[in-house]
Write a protein that binds this ligand. Structure first.
Ligand code: UD1
Ligand code: MG
Length: 467
């Protein structure tokens, strides 16, 4: 019978992570753009945990501050473990925060890919009254705690590598580091732990033998997915898990119909929502929340964050779109790049063209407007059908304040113009190339603001005197 016991998650995150050789606490290193411990925090939330208690030690203040700001509204507790005397000792530090009526799920801050569906299997097996262990059978069990069973196949103990006999070392089933137990029972078992073992540590795994002694049933739930229980101890292991995770995300997208030209060269560090017939070339990086409409194509080597690309738009290679908190919108059928940069607050209408080495920031561009080469459009309200010439810029900053430029419909700005804001270019006007515009220009007129061209006939160039 399944019971509806409340779940309290404990995340062990006190370890130093020596092999990362980093000044940053290990659990704050990112996988797919998110701290390792944040993956675990979000999985705990998906599990519907009543609260999540993090056991911190090395870099405790940094880890706690990070978790507080990253998970507003999530019920979290923190327990310091100093010094670190083993995994059993770690969970003991959390016990004062855990009510007896709950089910405790023990996770590690450096095991980022554990699936909530696996944890749900574990908590169901626990059934509010048993001790449930998550186990795996890796190709090489060396270094892990072995799951020791009796002749009837019932779990009797977990024996750490350093304490194991040769016969025990031959066991292929290992403890993943993840367990679920009723809080009241766990409290009693932890109180009876000792550190009389090869590492002089308080082993969490010793609770198994205590449960057996108390006649509490121990169930082992097997996972076939080694990646979901893999811990990160070194940069190499972190990179390996990153690739596995990226590959899985890529496969999920391809399953939805997204065409990735090479799933091995695809990086998603956030959320990607795609319409139908989306194509993504190699070596693109997506972060934040990115929406790609139907028929969108993304060229090779693009970096996109927090943006919406509407139906049929083409993003050509080496384009950088960074929406941050303001976002970026690219309208239907627009063509951006190659080598374009769209910064926060860029709002481009349908069929807009942005070419190579063009930067747009906090600006709206109406339907069909074009800036095809080497230009800057900042703090600008641009109408539709505008042609913005090569090398032209809006001078939006006077050293103290940002000012707005208004460019009305159908204006033609020649090449190499400086448009000094605040200023308004009237509809249908033409700005002669090389102009520096400091005053509003009337609609329909040609405005030229540059030195007049003069020619001196029969001009003799200076010559050097002979010595
Ligand atoms: C532990 C298990 C072992 C299992 C293995 C799976 C024990 C005694 N052994 O091994 O059976 O096969 O995980 O990976 O539990 N930590 C603390 N405080 C401490 C010690 C550890 O917070 O005092 C944290 C670590 O930062 C880490 C996690 O607990 O996130 C697991 O510790 P680790 O040393 O990796 O586990 P092992 O002892 O190797
Ligand atoms: Mg250890």
């Amino acid at each position: 019978m399944e019971t509806m016991t409340a779940i309290d998650v404990v995340v062990m995150a006190a370890g130093k992570g020596t092999r990362m050789k980093s000044s940053m606490p290990k659990v704050l290193h990112p996988l797919a753009g998110r701290a390792l411990v944040q993956h675990v925090a979000q999985t705990a939330a998906k599990l519907g945990a009543r609260q999540t208690v993090f056991v911190t030690g090395h870099g405790a203040e940094q880890v706690e501050a990070f978790l507080r700001q990253a998970n507003p509204g999530q019920k979290m507790g923190f327990a310091r473990q100093e010094p670190q005397l083993g995994t059993g000792h770690a969970v003991m530090q959390a016990m004062p925060l855990l009510p007896d009526d709950g089910l405790v799920v023990v996770l590690s801050g450096d095991v980022p890919l554990i699936a909530d569906s696996t944890l749900t299997r574990l908590t169901r097996a626990c059934d509010g009254q048993k001790l449930a262990l998550l186990t795996v059978c890796p190709p090489d069990p060396t270094g892990y705690g072995r799951v020791v069973r009796n002749a009837q196949g019932q779990v009797q103990a977990i024996i750490e590598q350093k304490d194991a006999t040769e016969a025990q070392k031959a066991i292929g089933e290992i403890y993943s580091g993840i367990m679920a137990a009723p809080a009241g029972l766990l409290r009693g078992w932890l109180a009876r732990l000792d550190n009389r073992n090869a590492q002089s540590e308080y082993y969490l795994t010793d609770v198994v033998a205590k449960a057996v002694t108390d006649g509490v049933e121990v169930v082992a739930i097997r996972s076939d997915d080694l990646a979901e229980v893999a811990g990160v101890n070194s940069p190499a292991q972190l990179a390996e898990l990153e690739r596995i995770h990226q590959r899985r995300q890529a496969e999920q997208l391809m399953h939805q119909g997204v065409r990735l030209l090479d799933p091995a060269r695809f990086d998603l560090r956030g959320e990607l929502v795609c319409g139908s017939d989306v194509q993504i070339d190699v070596n693109c990086v997506f972060s934040g929340r990115v929406e790609l409409g139907s028929g969108v194509s993304i060229g090779a080597h693009c970096v996109l964050s927090d943006c919406v690309i509407e139906d049929g738009a083409q993003i050509l290679p080496f384009t950088h779109i960074e929406g941050e908190s303001q976002g970026v919108k690219v309208g239907a059928g627009a063509r951006i790049g190659p080598y374009a940069r769209l910064r926060p607050g860029s709002d481009l209408g349908p069929e807009v063209h942005i070419g190579n080495f063009v930067e747009v920031k906090n600006s709206r561009m109406g339907a069909g407007s074009k800036a095809n080469h080497l230009a800057y459009v900042g703090d600008t309200q641009m109408g539709s059908g505008v042609n913005y010439g090569a090398g032209s810029i809006t001078a939006n900053y006077d050293g103290a304040h940002k000012h707005t430029t208004v460019i009305e419909d159908q204006v033609h700005v020649g090449s190499n113009c400086v448009i000094v804001a605040p200023v308004r270019l009237g509809a249908g006007g033409t700005i002669g190339g090389g102009s520096t515009i400091t005053k509003d220009t009337p609609p329909g007129a040609l405005t030229v603001a540059r030195g007049k061209q003069v020619s001196v006939a029969n001009w003799k160039r200076p010559v050097k005197n002979k010595p």
